[in-house]
Design a protein around this ligand. Structure first.
Ligand SMILES: [Zn+2]
Ligand SMILES: [Zn+2]
Ligand SMILES: [Zn+2]
Length: 280
């Protein structure tokens, strides 16, 4: 929560004492630190993962230990870290409301969502979940710690599910709100909404080969209408790998469609360019 939002709350009489103001501003700082630390650690881990796969392919004969192992272990640790912190903040807010007989804790929770510091809604958590499921053997061995992530891609509402230790289930919708199909080469916009790369591009009126990040700065999310969400869009590489692995036929179809669309756009682009040239 920024200070102006706090001031708004204070003016409207919802926050009465200074201790409340301090409490919520410190909690907001804590939450945004957690979200920031988490996303940079996931980025680092997944970069490392790509790097290790390349190394693994090159030096496969000299490899005695599975290079995946260390990464998977850190992946588990990060998932635990994020769940632990999120539950702690939830408990604190619940307790706060109980003690103060207020609804400010609950309000703060929705504030965290709208300001994208709720780490359980981070696209990086979805990436981490996808990564953790990718290497799982089918059925999962009994001696392996159970993965709190699971996914259901065959239904008409494809989703990824995260089971929290308190049995609360979080669901991440994997249906593209534009084409109403499973997200293909997904991007998460800054607001957290997921789209196919090609759908995000068409919504922002940019060409597919330019990518969603090429959108004008003020472009809005087609779902929640939040502006400026394309610049910090996250290319969901791990999710893409997982979906491709589980939906091979669908992926092939979409890849062919996208390929045709890209060449159509490219041709149009060069036709335009040459028209300008001739005009000049
Ligand atoms: Zn108080
Ligand atoms: Zn789509
Ligand atoms: Zn959105």
């Amino acid at each position: 929560m920024d200070s102006s939002a706090l001031a708004d709350l204070a003016v409207s009489g919802q926050i009465n004492c200074l201790c409340d103001q301090k409490f919520f501003s410190e909690l907001a700082k804590e939450a945004s630190d957690i979200a920031g630390c988490f996303s940079s650690r996931v980025r680092h881990l997944l970069n490392l993962h790509e790097h290790k796969i390349k190394r693994f392919i090159t030096f496969v004969s000299q490899c005695f230990q599975n290079p995946q192992q260390a990464t998977e272990q850190e992946c588990r640790m990060l998932i635990e870290y994020v769940i632990m912190n999120a539950l702690a903040i939830r408990k604190i807010l619940k307790k706060y409301d109980k003690v103060h007989r207020s609804a400010n804790g609950r309000k703060f929770k929705s504030k965290m969502l709208s300001e994208h510091i709720e780490v359980l809604q981070s696209p990086w958590l979805i990436e981490l979940g996808a990564f953790s499921m990718f290497s799982e053997p089918n059925g999962g061995r009994n001696d392996e710690p159970l993965n709190p992530f699971s996914c259901d891609l065959s239904s008409t509402e494809p989703k990824m599910t995260l089971m929290l230790p308190d049995r609360v289930k979080l669901e991440y919708n994997l249906l593209c709100p534009i084409c109403l199909e499973l997200v293909f080469k997904p991007y998460a916009l800054g607001c957290g909404h997921l789209f196919c790369k090609s759908c995000a591009c068409s919504a922002a009126s940019v060409l597919i080969f330019e990518g969603p990040k090429a959108a004008r700065a003020g472009s809005k999310c087609p779902v929640c209408r939040e502006a400026g969400v394309y610049g910090n869009a996250v290319h969901m590489i791990e999710l893409s790998l997982l979906l491709k692995k589980h939906c091979k036929e669908y992926w092939k179809e979409r890849a062919a469609e996208e390929g045709a669309e890209i060449s159509r756009q490219t041709k149009m682009y060069w036709d335009m360019q040459s028209k300008y040239m001739i005009g000049y």
